[in-house]
Design a protein around this ligand. Structure first.
Ligand code: OOG
Ligand code: NI
Length: 475
């Protein structure tokens, strides 16, 4: 039975903005998202069995970390995050047209997922720009944090005008949503939600958009031309829909999972993307296993069989969300690393890369006190239950009346995302594009503005301080 109470997430202050009762039979967006996340995971496990292996590896390692590190287990429990970890994952899709992106926004909104952040990947040699659809409120994230990194192909970056026109024509003809799915999106919008049976149908219909189609839309000849322009162009244009290309569980020890992958029969990419291993994890660390070769049939007078590699598995470890100042320091240090050494796709300089990464990142403070004192990260304030003393927030913190916990980074990193894209292309797949961020164009195609991630985290921090002080009778 559905929960009759529907939790609304407030964009800016992560507070429970209000309780709105809906008709008894309606499911909340959070509940629909949780079902969708489970359905996608089941589908992907069927399609890509190595993903199932990865899930059990991650579950084992997370269990071991929690058993070993009572402090971490207690912190996660205190901030109500323990439960979400085992269910947590993100996925990624690549779309071909503005219309697909705009409808995708409406589809995700049914599940309480909103576009956060703008990522320009042209800068890193990938002809797409992206956002992440995700729940934004604390209650929603706790219920189920499923996110989908969503990219839109930039045909404008394809040099050959004939090929560009051909690709646009093919994309304009395909329909990636089932009629039933479109009907249910409309119904949810009109009625402010979906009944339990409708939600069940919606999840089944929406999931179909993301499944794998082994029968290509284009001839083998055209596939190879598209592939020649960029492998991602072929991946988007040649198929009937935006197959989910990876699903990523969250791990509490990414180094341990990376190390154990080979024994489980999975070959990881050469290096973990993002910051090095630290006492105080920052932002996001990610690694993946190589894309599979999958059998494809290309239509024609006589059908041709071939293969396509696109779908892979990934794991991630999340740390504190950084302020613009912290992020600038992170970006500067990463640039410094990359100016000295670029990780080779074949892993030949992996050890050297990790050594340089660790050395350069010693410049980033590695205690929560220093990170907070220097204004590098966002923290959530809460009252501990100890009786208040006179003094300001800092005094209350020092006396243990208030506590500060790092706010988890819920978003993505463009350089890491490009590294994940590239690891599946190989070094030979790397191509240069003129960097051309175009957030305005992206938002026009999306039909909405994306949420600014920094403003969002700053809002969470400010609201938590205000609520905590109020609980102590302070203004
Ligand atoms: C998306 C890659 C980005 C991540 O975790 O950074 C991503 C893609 O390959 O389509 O998922
Ligand atoms: Ni990913």
């Amino acid at each position: 039975m559905g929960n009759p109470i529907r939790y609304l997430d407030d964009y800016s202050n992560h507070q429970l903005a209000g309780l709105m009762s809906t008709s008894l039979s309606q499911l909340s967006p959070d509940q629909i998202r949780a079902r969708f996340s489970a359905a996608m995971s089941a589908m992907y496990r069927d399609e890509v069995p190595a993903y199932g292996t990865l899930l059990s590896l991650v579950a084992d390692v997370n269990g071991e970390v929690l058993a070993r590190d009572a402090g971490l287990a207690a912190d996660l429990a205190a901030t109500d995050q323990l439960q979400r970890i085992s269910e947590e994952r993100h996925g990624a899709i690549r779309l071909g047209t503005a219309a697909e992106l705009a409808t995708m926004r409406r589809l995700f909104a049914v599940m309480g997922m909103y576009p956060v952040g703008y990522y320009d990947l042209s800068e890193a040699g990938v002809p797409v720009h992206s956002t992440a659809f995700r729940p934004v409120g604390e209650a929603a994230l706790r219920h189920n944090p499923f996110r989908v990194f969503t990219s839109l192909l930039r045909l404008d970056l394809i040099a050959d005008p004939m090929l560009r026109a051909k690709a646009a024509e093919i994309l304009a003809r395909r329909t990636i949503f089932t009629p039933a799915c479109l009907g249910l999106i409309g119904k949810a919008e009109a009625e402010g939600g979906l009944s339990e049976p409708d939600a069940e149908r919606f999840v089944a219909e929406a999931t179909k958009t993301f499944r794998w189609h082994p029968d290509a839309l284009v001839s083998a000849e055209l596939y190879h031309r598209l592939h020649g322009a960029h492998r991602l162009v072929a991946d988007v244009v040649s198929f009937k829909g935006p197959h989910i290309n990876h699903l990523t569980p969250r791990t509490l020890d990414i180094d341990a999972v990376q190390q154990r992958m080979p024994a489980a029969g999975i070959t990881p990419k050469a290096v973990i993307e993002g910051p090095p291993r630290r006492n105080c994890p920052i932002l996001l660390r990610q690694t993946s296993f190589k894309a599979l070769q999958e059998a494809v049939t290309f239509p024609g007078e006589t059908a041709v069989s071939g293969s396509h590699t696109a779908r892979f598995g990934e794991i991630e470890a999340r740390g504190i969300a950084l302020t613009p100042k912290g992020r600038a320091l992170y970006d500067r240090l990463l640039d410094e690393v990359r100016a000295r050494i670029v990780p080779a796709a074949d892993g030949s300089n992996a050890a050297e890369y990790v050594a340089v990464l660790e050395e350069v990142f010693t410049a980033f403070p590695d205690s929560w006190e220093d990170i907070r004192a220097e204004g590098l990260g966002y923290f959530e304030w809460s009252a501990t239950g100890k009786p208040a003393i006179p003094g300001d927030a800092e005094a209350l913190l020092a006396a243990g009346v208030l506590r500060c916990d790092p706010i988890v980074y819920e978003d993505f990193l463009p350089v890491s995302a490009a590294g994940i894209f590239q690891s599946n292309l190989g070094d030979s797949g790397i191509q240069e594009f003129v960097a051309s961020p175009n957030q305005q164009m992206f938002e026009a195609d999306l039909g909405a503005a994306v949420l600014d991630e920094f403003a969002h985290y700053a809002g969470i921090e400010a609201a938590s301080l205000q609520v905590s002080l109020k609980a102590l009778g302070r203004a």
